[in-house]
Design a protein around this ligand. Sequence first.
Ligand SMILES: *[C@@H]1O[C@H](CO)[C@@H](O)[C@H](O)[C@H]1NC(C)=O
Ligand SMILES: *[C@@H]1O[C@H](CO)[C@@H](O)[C@H](O)[C@H]1NC(C)=O
Ligand SMILES: *[C@@H]1O[C@H](CO)[C@@H](O)[C@H](O)[C@H]1NC(C)=O
Length: 350
Amino acid sequence: MKLTRRWLVLGTLLSTAFVGLLVLLVGQFVDFQTPSVDLKPFVSTEPAGETSSLPLRKFEWQARTPHPLDLKYPYPYPFLINHPDKCESPGGAPFLLMLVMTRPQDVAVRQAIRETWGNETLVPGVIIRCLFVLGLPPPLFAKELHTLLEEEDREHGDLLQVGFLDTYHNLTLKVLMGLEWMAQYCPTAHYVLKVDADVFLNPSFLVWQVLQPNGPPRPDFITGYIYRNSGPLRNPAYKWYMPPEVYLPDKYPPYCAGPGYVLSGPLALRVLAVAQTLKVIYLEDVFVGLCLQQLGVKPTPSPPQVFQMFPLQYEHCAFHRLALVHKFQPQELLQIWPDFQRVNMTCPTA
Ligand SMILES: *[C@@H]1O[C@H](CO)[C@@H](O)[C@H](O)[C@H]1NC(C)=O
Ligand SMILES: *[C@@H]1O[C@H](CO)[C@@H](O)[C@H](O)[C@H]1NC(C)=O
Ligand SMILES: *[C@@H]1O[C@H](CO)[C@@H](O)[C@H](O)[C@H]1NC(C)=O
């Protein structure tokens, strides 16, 4: 009896210990999992701040594991879906090449853009070419999406798929590969527009008022909504977090905001050339600013309110006096477009 009780007590103790251990283990597991999910791109596995002698420092980067925000560029990413002859037309080189940044899964977004501002024949008398740039979907969805994308491309012939993983932190690769495509297949385009998919665009205003086909050529021209005197956000909680290991200075050069900026073809080629010599950072618009700084080119201010970075309620006349509004969902675009296209309205001239 006594013996049994002792065993019972021991058993209870042991099982308590076991449960305790389990709780500890699970706790640790959860502790470990949670931040690595949230902060995935930001957690550095390197020991902090090693100071080595200066002459050796420049070789350090070769030995260390790359920072999760480092981008592999230059690198021969292949064009997996391509239209080498997209820019060839009897009328000559395109006046405007639109490179629209979309993700592979954004099938409906691309369709809305085709039916609205992405329509290449919207501006009479001006050759416009519109290409959707995308990377690779996450491996889990690769098979389904591949079939879908091939079908979409067969119908519309306007996809440019490049062989890198399509993530927010790889956006600079998308822009640079778009420019590489331009350099290879469309080098005489007069202007190149880098544009995100979540915008309203007014191609007529952009062409006639901002780019002015009848004006003199402007080889150093780049415009958009210009950020000046901004600097890196050093708190990892921010979407645009920039660790000092990736970009050390505390200021960014002036740059045109990512949702939409337009530059001359010759400048696009020079930006691409100088990009081969710089450390690429994941903030695509800042990186183009760094290229411009290296080239000694300053963004040209556009008239105020022409590139709207903040949500703006649709109004027919107001939208005819601007080039771009950030933050438009595809349904909103499709909804306002018929009204926007009505040409017989008399708007006060500003
Ligand atoms: C593009 O606009 C033309 C008229 O300029 C129209 O005939 C054509 O259907 C439009 N394309 C799409 C995809 O909406
Ligand atoms: C960027 O793309 C490369 C090539 O596909 C991939 O290895 C890398 O993980 C991607 N980087 C990010 C931050 O998603
Ligand atoms: C302008 O459009 C309205 C309806 O939207 C129509 O009643 C009117 O006749 C049109 N005016 C001209 C000059 O086409």
